[in-house]
Design a protein. Structure first.
Length: 44
């Protein structure tokens, strides 16, 4: 599990551009051991 720094980024909310804190998250796993569906459930 890799997490990047939190950075203010412009995003669209209800048709308006607003600045919100955003962070990228990366998940790496071995498909031989873990099903992709289970790994996505872990992030959500």
């Amino acid at each position: 599990l890799g997490m990047h720094n939190i950075v203010d980024r412009p995003i669209a909310v209800n048709g308006q551009v607003v600045i919100r804190p955003m962070m990228y998250v990366a998940l790496s796993y071995d498909h031989r051991l873990i099903d992709g569906k289970d790994s996505v459930s872990f992030l959500v």
